[in-house]
Design a protein around this ligand. Structure first.
Ligand code: NAP
Length: 495
């Protein structure tokens, strides 16, 4: 509502009580009265979506006329005051320009009788597809074929009827909008903004195929990272089970099965967190090595590397979750019955042996160092997780974001590696650390992170850094350059 108009509340109080259309005027041919106030929006269909949309439209200062096949069958009070319920044709005639098709796409063909009346109007398709990758043409494209004289716009399909009702200004949700008619699209973008949504122009109507599939996708970017994390967990847990439980049981009849629910989970979780964190930084190194080897950044990375680079945020967050669970499990270790029995037994043995002081200075340092590195590493990881939230990340400029994600990320990886090394201490050099020739799990978990850290150090060598920086600023080695772009003689281009 522009500044010259009355405030929204006054408009709603006065105008919403004024019927848009005379409710007792059943003649289809009777012209619909034009009332002062917001523009009149038409909605075909009187179902859930239509009802929620009309509530939101009315609350945002629009007038609404709903078109039903049989208005007399629609229960009284289903729609809010200010919404006129009419026949489909009357609703189309009553709408100033925008008409929503809130019926299922299977029923679009029943609307062809309205073709002439819809000519020149903006027809908004809100439908979703029923299955993924199953259609050649989207519902919106089919609707555009049925109504060639109307401008079809795809919008609002990602918003549920429930979300539409959730308060007039409650929407921070993005609404992708596409159409082949830019004026009509601009009109629906504007309308969407007034309803409190964040419209995103996703282009022409052909984009509607993706837009229609969007509500059916199930965490599309999380599948791979979750699977990798789960497989890593299975590997470490299984390895620990074989090494610490199964083989000692078969070999010596030792009963270590009580370790299964807590101790072994708490051994596998930090290993998974560490390896997953290394997997966040490994593709960046691989990309740098490829660019250095190719001498250009203008050759595409292989698909697997592209996909991996795009999933770094998810891998980082999963690493954070595993590390967080490890913290919780570790805090609960002392609450175990087994812990108190072990402590009592140790104390009893010590008393029996006449040992008065069991203080071992080296072990004190070891435990303090590994706890301190772990806490610091987890703190930095938490900071990384917070900055990966769009609302926080968007507040950072590019340099700040790179510093946090790369600089602090490597700091978190280094601290986590140190935490693991201090935890292992000299244990890796003792023969009893290799029962059945199987190395301790922390050694396995350290392999990939150490490779990443060493790789990062190598890439930090000035000769490599400077060449990589040049490549990333568009420089290409001689074998990639066109003759006209070759360096003049004497210029040290290709290192
Ligand atoms: P609905 O509750 O079943 O309502 C559909 C309406 O279409 C009915 O009330 C009916 O209105 C009309 N209709 C039914 N059969 C018809 C036929 N044979 N010919 C013509 N019209 C017929 O469905 P809805 O949930 O509102 O969904 C409507 C559209 O919105 C769908 O395309 C859906 O994909 C989309 N959508 C829905 C949601 C949601 O949360 N519900 C979210 C996003 C998108 P009359 O009897 O008054 O004619």
């Amino acid at each position: 509502i522009c500044s010259s108009c009355r405030p929204l509340q006054a408009v709603m109080q006065v105008d919403m009580k004024t019927p848009l259309l005379a409710s007792s005027a059943p003649h289809v041919s009777e012209p619909l009265p034009r009332c002062p106030g917001g523009p009149v929006i038409g909605i075909i269909g009187s179902g859930d979506f239509s009802r929620s949309l009309s509530i939101r439209l009315v609350a945002s200062g629009f007038r609404v006329v709903v078109g039903s096949r049989d208005p007399s069958r629609v229960p009284r009070g289903l729609f809010p005051d200010g919404v006129e319920l009419r026949s489909q044709g009357e609703a189309v005639d009553g709408a100033e320009r925008v008409v929503f098709a809130a019926v299922y796409p299977e029923h679009y063909h029943t609307l062809v009788g309205l073709r002439e009346r819809l000519a020149g109007k903006v027809l908004v398709d809100v439908s979703n597809t029923a299955r993924l990758n199953g259609v050649e043409r989207s519902n919106a494209e089919k609707l555009a074929e049925l109504f060639p004289q109307s401008s079809v716009v795809k919008a609002f399909n990602v918003v549920s009827a429930w979300a539409l009702q959730g308060g007039a200004r409650d929407g921070s949700r993005q609404v992708p909008i596409c159409s082949d008619c830019s004026d009509s699209k601009a009109e629906v973008l504007q309308l969407s903004r007034r309803l409190g949504f964040s419209p995103v122009d996703v282009g022409g109507l052909c984009a509607s195929r993706e837009v229609e599939e969007a509500p059916l996708l199930l965490f599309p970017s999380w599948g791979g990272p979750v699977l990798v994390t789960f497989l890593l967990f299975l590997f470490f847990y299984g390895y620990s089970f074989i090494r610490r439980v199964l083989l000692p049981f078969i070999d010596k009849g030792e009963n270590n099965f009580n370790r299964l629910p807590l101790v072994m989970v708490n051994e596998a979780l930090p290993a998974v967190a560490l390896v997953t964190l290394a997997l966040v930084y490994l593709p960046g190194l691989a990309a740098a090595v490829l660019q250095l080897g190719r001498g250009t950044k203008y050759e595409r990375f292989p698909g697997w590397l592209d996909g991996w680079l795009c999933r770094r945020k998810q891998l980082g967050l999963l690493s954070f979750v595993c590390a967080g669970l490890h913290v919780l499990y570790s805090l609960c270790l002392a609450l175990r019955r087994a812990a108190s029995y072990t402590l009592l037994n140790a104390a009893y043995r010590q008393v029996k042996a006449g040992v008065e002081n069991s203080w071992v200075e080296q072990q004190v340092w070891r435990s303090d160092l590994y706890l301190s590195c772990g806490i610091l590493g987890f703190g930095v990881l938490a900071l990384l997780a917070v900055t990966s939230l769009p609302s926080v990340g968007n507040a950072l400029n590019w340099r700040e974001f790179t510093f946090v994600q790369s600089g602090l990320g490597y700091a978190a990886l280094t601290l986590s590696v140190m935490h693991t090394l201090f935890f292992g201490w000299d244990f890796a050099f003792l023969p009893e650390a290799y029962p059945y020739f199987l190395p301790p799990m922390f050694l396995l978990a350290l392999v990939l992170p150490c490779v990443v850290l060493v790789g990062r150090l190598v890439l930090a060598l000035p000769c490599l850094t400077s060449r990589l920086t040049k490549i990333r600023r568009g420089w290409e080695s001689a074998r990639h350059r066109r003759p006209e772009n070759l360096d003049p003689p004497g210029h040290c281009g290709d290192v």
